[in-house]
Design a protein around this ligand. Structure first.
Ligand code: C2O
Ligand code: CU
Ligand code: CU
Length: 483
């Protein structure tokens, strides 16, 4: 690698070149250039929700969910679409570590809702679960979500009722939590990955699929970055670049790479890593996040595609034959287009993470989960039962605790635990480097056991579930009490 792990790009100020990218730039791509080309690439960056509270240490935003027929890039707006603040994904909830956040949420749709702040250690009342379990935000109603940010990094929020329909419809958005004093990279780019399953004739979101398709994992027909299949983003040679990936798909595992560029993983679900590591391509399970630094070494005038390689959800040679509507090859997701000229990138310094490492195995076993599929019954279950009948897991607060997730089924399940942070210790008996950092969502491969450890510092009653949304909606979910 050409840079030290904690310092990406060259320190110092920008060169005399005109920087056209700006982290606060409009991601709509419809401003700023005078070219006649209709398809001028949009600027790198994102749109954040305006902070209504001028005070330091407090962020206050308005958020509305409503119906919106949005165009995934096919030219045909989706009649069943929904959006936060009129865009898919919704605008970024942007704040700084330690901030007190207030989200004034209004449900302007015709269905009941709750919201979940995936990966943030909030209080149980604000986690979206209590509403889901009995006090939903009704159509026309408002609710204030409030929480204090305890972790810097990249998170996301989404609806938490009828998720296979509402997240597919577009109700998801990124959360960026800056570390205090963090220097912003030249190009700070959320990359929200999603696929929608469209009817081939109408190009509308397909009506509910067979329960077998839901069980196997509903794979979409259109791959999108930030809600479009045709995104083109402008880059400048030499810029410091941070890509923040989240997989918002219902079931699809992604395996992405960027033509002509090396990816360096600098952060995962729960923030930045002490030891970044290079990868050629990156597998991202539903719900997971990866922060990736890229050296912008491309040539002016050239384009480089973000590509996705097919990942099989089911094990090779099993009973089920899995068909991906996109085929078995690779598919383009988005294009990064280098403009003219070159810059000396700003010195983005990766925030120093707070990731303790457990030197020795933690003997205290909190729980051993068993994930199983009953193909005949068409169900997926945990510990032999389905929500809400999965037995409660009880564990002690502030005690280092190991968890095991055993997957006896023949397909991958991305297992997500709310409310606390975890580190992966072992996958299938093989140790995971401690440098993996904090996580909240774990790929559990077929017929494999994954071991986790946690400090369990956040008390409450927390939900855990498979993040294949059809599985979660079918009851592959339970509750864990930390007290
Ligand atoms: Cu991202 Cu309970 O979910
Ligand atoms: Cu979550
Ligand atoms: Cu599952």
């Amino acid at each position: 690698m050409r840079y030290s792990p904690l310092l990406l790009g060259l320190a110092g100020c920008m060169s005399g070149m005109d920087m056209t990218t700006d982290s606060a730039a409009d991601s709509g791509g419809d401003s700023g250039t005078d070219t006649a080309e209709p398809a001028a690439p949009e600027a790198c960056g994102y749109t954040a929700m305006p902070d209504l509270d001028p005070a330091d240490g407090a962020v206050e935003v308005n958020l509305t969910a409503s119906a919106l027929a949005w165009d995934p890039g096919t030219g045909v707006p989706l009649e069943g679409g929904m959006a936060f603040n009129g865009s898919v994904p919704g605008p970024v909830l942007e704040a700084t570590l330690g901030d007190r956040v207030t989200v004034h949420f209004t449900n302007d749709t015709s269905i009941e809702m709750s919201l979940h702040w995936h990966g943030l250690r909030v209080t149980p009342e604000m986690d979206g679960i209590q509403q889901m379990m009995g006090d939903p935000i009704e159509p026309g109603e408002s609710f204030d979500y409030t929480f204090t940010l305890q972790d810097a990094g990249f998170y996301w929020f989404h609806t938490h009722m009828d998720t296979a329909t509402t997240i597919e419809a577009g109700l998801y958005a990124p959360i960026i939590v800056h570390a205090p004093g963090e220097v912003t990279p030249d190009c700070d780019q959320p990359v929200v990955l999603d696929d929608v399953l469209l009817d081939e004739d109408t190009l509308q979101i397909s009506p509910p699929d067979t329960s077998m398709m839901q069980l196997m994992g509903r794979l979409g027909t259109v791959l999108m970055m930030n809600g479009r299949s045709d995104r083109r983003v402008s880059w400048t040679k030499g810029q410091t670049t941070l890509l923040r990936f989240v997989n918002a798909s219902n079931a699809r595992y992604w395996d992405v790479y960027l033509e002509g560029h090396q990816l360096t993983v600098v952060g995962t679900d729960g923030g930045f890593l002490a030891e970044p590591y290079p990868v050629d391509d990156l597998v991202i399970a539903p719900g997971e996040r990866y922060m990736v630094a890229v050296e912008a070494t491309g040539e002016p005038g050239q384009s480089y595609r973000l590509m996705n390689k097919r990942v099989q959800l089911h094990e090779e040679g099993g009973d089920m034959i899995e068909v991906d509507p996109l085929g078995n090859g690779e598919n383009p997701v988005a294009t990064f287009v280098y403009g003219e000229g070159e810059v000396t990138g700003t010195g983005w310094t990766q925030p120093t993470p707070d990731v303790p490492t457990w030197g020795a195995p933690v003997a205290n076993l909190g729980h051993h989960w068993l994930l199983a599929e009953d193909m005949m019954g068409g169900t997926v279950n945990i510990d032999g039962a389905s929500w809400p009948d999965v037995p409660m897991v009880d564990v002690a607060q502030n005690v280092d605790t190991t968890f095991e997730i055993e997957n006896s089924s023949e397909m991958h399940h991305p297992f997500h635990i709310h409310g606390n942070r975890f580190q992966m210790v072992e996958v299938g008996g093989v140790a995971v480097p401690a440098s993996q950092g904090w996580k909240d969502t774990f790929d559990v491969p077929p017929r494999t056991t994954v071991k986790l450890v946690s400090d369990l510092d956040n008390p409450g009653e927390w939900m855990y579930h498979c993040h294949i949304l059809e599985h979660a909606d079918k009851g592959m979910a339970g509750l864990m009490t930390v007290e």
